[in-house]
Design a protein around this ligand. Structure first.
Ligand code: CP
Length: 305
């Protein structure tokens, strides 16, 4: 199914693929250190900064006995001499069995997958997609809620530029009866194409400006950072940067089973007084990235059927 298949958009994979990845992630969580990737070399090409995605990919690969080549900053590569993305990808494919790539340009990962000759995993392309984040988000929802059907989710913050919410919306849409609540200022609202996508599937969504008084029904509150790096006008960023801040006292009337997710990094949108609340799950969520990425890599390389 996934063998040799690039992962560029979450829609490249099926519901069965998602479920297979989650089952396997649970196995890796129980036993994360194995020799499955012995003799495998993986390129880690980060043209844009990252902490969690890069470190969890690298931890996942190291724990499976694989090796990594690449860069954490393209200024240390021949891109600074004018080498194109095309040539950089062709070179990385020459040297490795799989490419993990983050790039600021939307569509760059798809382009890389068309020319590489080895599978490519999109580790985030501009405001477009971040599919491995979505798979670890699904794993986190399944772990905390015991199911992926009938999830009432509040997506809060920058729904325009936040690539993780775009991938997550599409992934949750393959499960039964999701309810989406979009909380954003008008200038950062969910793009129309994603709302049309939900309309085409007959899935319910609601749009809100505020969320303090309406989160009692939430199974998941998914907070997001306002994506400063995607704004062309710094004044526009200043206007919205602190628009939503989740504080501990706001959680009093929420469900016992509700969990707060955030792809991280956070800036101000979750106050540190939430961190010690048992409903805060974002650090565990980030840890789940290791096991989920171990599962994705193993399936793409055909090391596990
Ligand atoms: N969640 C996420 O993509 O974090 P990084 O930007 O630190 O990789």
């Amino acid at each position: 199914m996934m063998h040799k298949k690039s992962l560029i958009s979450i829609t490249d994979y099926s519901k069965d693929d998602y479920l297979r990845i989650m089952d396997l992630a649970a196995d890796f969580e129980a036993n994360p250190n194995q020799d499955l990737l012995k003799g495998t070399v993986i390129a880690s090409l980060f043209f844009e900064p990252s902490t969690r995605t890069r470190l969890s990919f690298e931890s996942a690969i190291n724990r499976l006995g694989g090796r990594i080549v690449g860069f954490t900053d393209s200024s240390s590569s021949s891109v600074t001499k004018g080498e194109t993305l095309h040539d950089t990808i062709r070179m990385a494919a020459n040297y490795t069995d799989l490419i993990v790539m983050r790039h600021p340009l939307e569509g760059s990962a798809r382009y890389a997958s068309q020319i590489a000759g080895v599978p490519v995993i999109n580790a985030g392309d501009g405001a477009n997609q971040h599919p491995t984040q979505t798979l670890l988000d699904l794993y986190s929802i399944k772990k905390t809620q015991g199911k992926l059907d009938d999830i009432n989710i509040f997506l809060v913050g920058d729904l325009k530029y936040g690539r993780t919410v775009h991938s997550l919306l599409q992934a949750l849409s393959v499960f039964k009866n999701p309810i989406f609540n979009f909380v954003s200022p008008p200038e950062l609202s969910m793009p129309i194409e994603y709302k049309r996508y939900l309309d085409s599937k007959g899935i319910k969504y609601f749009e809100h400006r505020e969320f303090t008084d309406i989160i009692s029904a939430a199974d998941i509150i998914y907070m997001t950072r306002v994506q400063k790096e995607r704004f062309t006008d710094p004044m526009e960023y200043e206007k919205v940067k602190n628009i939503y801040i989740l504080r501990n006292k706001m959680l009093q009337n929420t469900k016992e089973t509700m969990r707060i997710l955030h792809p991280l990094p956070r800036v101000n949108e979750i106050h540190p007084d939430v961190d010690s609340n048992p409903k805060a799950y974002y650090f565990e969520q980030a840890r789940n990235g290791i096991y989920t990425r171990q599962a994705i890599i193993s399936l793409i390389l055909g090391l596990i059927k």
